[in-house]
Design a protein around this ligand. Structure first.
Ligand SMILES: [Zn+2]
Ligand SMILES: [Zn+2]
Length: 274
């Protein structure tokens, strides 16, 4: 594939999420669960111009994905997209001028074909997204998959995420760390459940199907601060695709032929994938 779609993760994790997907004709903001000042600081750290953002897409209504949106929307003229379930789940969201999307919709945004797919999470109507571009012959040119906050991968998610050049996939927790960690039982069960969060092992398992020769970058997303570590997530994902550590701290890995890189996003440090 030809890199035409770029991912800038401004924040990822249970304390706040925001990512910019940069396409050939502008950028899309996915979720905004961080303060405006942090959003702008992180973007500028990566050299991302937030004036290029043409649209906002929401995955779901949890606070860590929407808390910054009301303020962001005050300074923003473009369309905001979310499912009806997401919009009506929070009063502060229902007051914003959303355009309703369905969890099987296809949209055209910023020179990209956007496919919406359902995820499995304990909220009204959660979704993930695939972004793709085509060349002048209509052939697939580039594709990026984005899927966080899901207890299992739905069939639709599996289809949409297969063969993307860049795959941003939740790798929330290490199952043993969660089981033996400090969380109360009900919370452990929620996270572990079918409407919770994908574990490192679940994500690694999914890679067997999702990764093709087209896949060049896997980004582990929404890592738990308490029940995961970047090195543990990278090690687990890397093992599934035959990648080896590129540094001593095991926060990045690459296949021996150099084709496929595995890395993770962070709560407090932004990350760009070109
Ligand atoms: Zn979340
Ligand atoms: Zn959530």
């Amino acid at each position: 594939m030809t890199p035409q779609i770029h991912l800038h993760v401004l924040a990822s994790g249970s304390k706040g999420n925001a990512a910019v997907v940069e396409g050939p004709a502008g950028s899309v903001l996915i979720d905004d669960g961080i303060a405006r000042r942090t959003l702008l600081a992180r973007a500028s750290e990566l050299g991302v111009n937030m004036d290029d953002v043409r649209a906002v897409l929401l995955t779901h209504e949890h606070t860590d994905h929407v808390s910054g949106l009301p303020v962001f929307a005050n300074h923003f003229d473009g369309p905001l997209f979310a499912t009806a379930g997401t919009i009506s789940a929070r009063e502060r969201l229902s007051q914003l001028p959303f355009e309703v999307i369905n969890h099987t919709d296809a949209l055209e945004l910023c020179g990209m074909h956007v496919t919406v797919f359902p995820t499995s999470h304990d909220v009204a109507d959660p979704v993930g997204f695939r972004f793709a571009t085509t060349d002048e012959n209509g052939e697939l040119a580039d594709a990026l998959g984005y899927c966080t906050d899901t207890g299992v991968l739905t069939d639709e998610a599996g289809q949409a995420l297969t063969g993307c050049r860049v795959l941003a996939l939740e790798s929330n927790h290490d199952e043993r760390m969660l089981a033996t960690g400090p969380y109360p039982g009900y919370l452990k069960q929620r996270i572990h459940g079918r409407q919770g969060h994908l574990s490192n092992a679940q994500a690694a398992d999914a890679l067997q199907d999702l990764v093709t020769n087209e896949t060049e970058v896997i980004v582990g997303m929404h890592l738990s601060h308490e029940n995961n570590r970047p090195s543990v997530a990278v090690r687990t994902l890397a093992a599934a695709v035959g990648a080896e550590a590129t540094n001593e701290t095991f926060t990045e890995a690459r296949t021996p032929d150099g084709h496929l890189t595995v890395c993770v996003s962070a709560q407090d440090a932004p990350l760009s994938v070109w």
